[in-house]
Ligand binder design. Structure first.
Ligand code: ZN
Length: 284
């Protein structure tokens, strides 16, 4: 088994989205008043080259996102910007790895935000799995009001429901195996969206945690810092704490979608740094 990072262009967002400020509605509105942009961040998708068939996790950005500044939706129009060209979309990127879209057995989406479903058009022949609640949230006019782009989905898009069972996987209450071998497992990681999922890949002694947008980087996950878009702060905190417990329980490479370190961390199998609590110096 081999896991590849596929970079599909760059994105920048407001700093108040990466790290929430305040609580409740004011935390979610802070994105709109924040004048500070992040640096340009990568948007990664992931390929699990597995003996049971290739699994793609998220599809990254599409070149259509360059038109986001024309959107009537205030978030899409003002609070996010993209860099991508067609050759950076996931289809050409996969071909460069020697993987044709027809070789991809399954595509699993952590959630349906526009920088995760933007490459769906490259997978007309794959089985596509999406959490049913996420599909409902993102669909139709209400989905568009929420900032999703359902009108950009391919006409054939009809994903299979990725329904998780009440089978705990480590600290995660809900899970579902995606391979017969049981080495690729979807777990519920609600927070960033209510039905967000993450993918756990067990490759001999190393575990890869494909985190989607559970946090924008490893540091904020370890510090338990919430983003600015999660609707339920308690749920999001509990998910970050569960991920931290998971990482403490086994050697894990933590791979968020937009962490500038993710590709290097994967290439060098750099484990999540589980920090000890620093106690104040006690005079001897
Ligand atoms: Zn997202």
């Amino acid at each position: 088994m081999k896991v590849h990072a596929i970079q599909t262009g760059l994105v920048r967002i407001k700093t108040a989205q990466v790290e929430g400020r305040g609580h409740g509605l004011s935390r979610r509105l802070a994105i709109f008043t924040d004048r500070n942009w992040t640096e340009w961040l990568p948007t990664f998708a992931w390929v699990i080259d597995h003996s049971e068939g290739v699994i793609v996790v998220d599809t990254g950005q599409g070149a259509h996102l360059l038109e986001s500044g024309k959107s009537l939706h205030p978030y899409v129009r003002w609070e996010v910007a993209f860099r991508i060209d067609r050759e950076q979309e996931i289809g050409p990127r996969l071909r460069a790895l020697g993987i044709g879209p027809r070789d991809v057995k399954r595509v699993v989406l952590t959630h349906l935000h526009m920088d995760h479903d933007g490459g769906l058009a490259h997978f007309p022949n794959s089985e596509i799995l999406v959490a049913p609640g996420e599909l409902q949230t993102a669909s139709g006019f209400v989905g568009r009001m929420r900032g999703y782009l359902p009108h950009r989905w391919p006409s054939w898009f009809d994903p299979k429901p990725l329904t998780l069972a009440a089978e705990p996987s480590g600290p995660f209450a809900m899970s579902r195996r995606l391979t017969e071998a049981g080495d690729v497992v979807a777990v519920a990681t609600p927070g960033h969206t209510a039905d967000h999922i993450s993918i756990i890949v067990q490759d001999s002694e190393i575990t890869y945690f494909l985190a989607g947008d559970t946090s924008y980087d490893e540091e904020r996950m370890l510090a338990g810092k919430l983003d600015g878009v999660s609707a339920d702060e308690q749920v999001c905190s509990a998910t970050l704490a569960a991920i931290k417990r998971f990482i403490q329980s086994r050697p894990t490479v933590y791979l968020p979608t937009h962490d500038p370190q993710s590709a290097e961390r994967l290439a060098n199998r750099r484990l999540a740094a589980v920090r000890e609590v620093l106690l104040p110096n006690v005079p001897a």
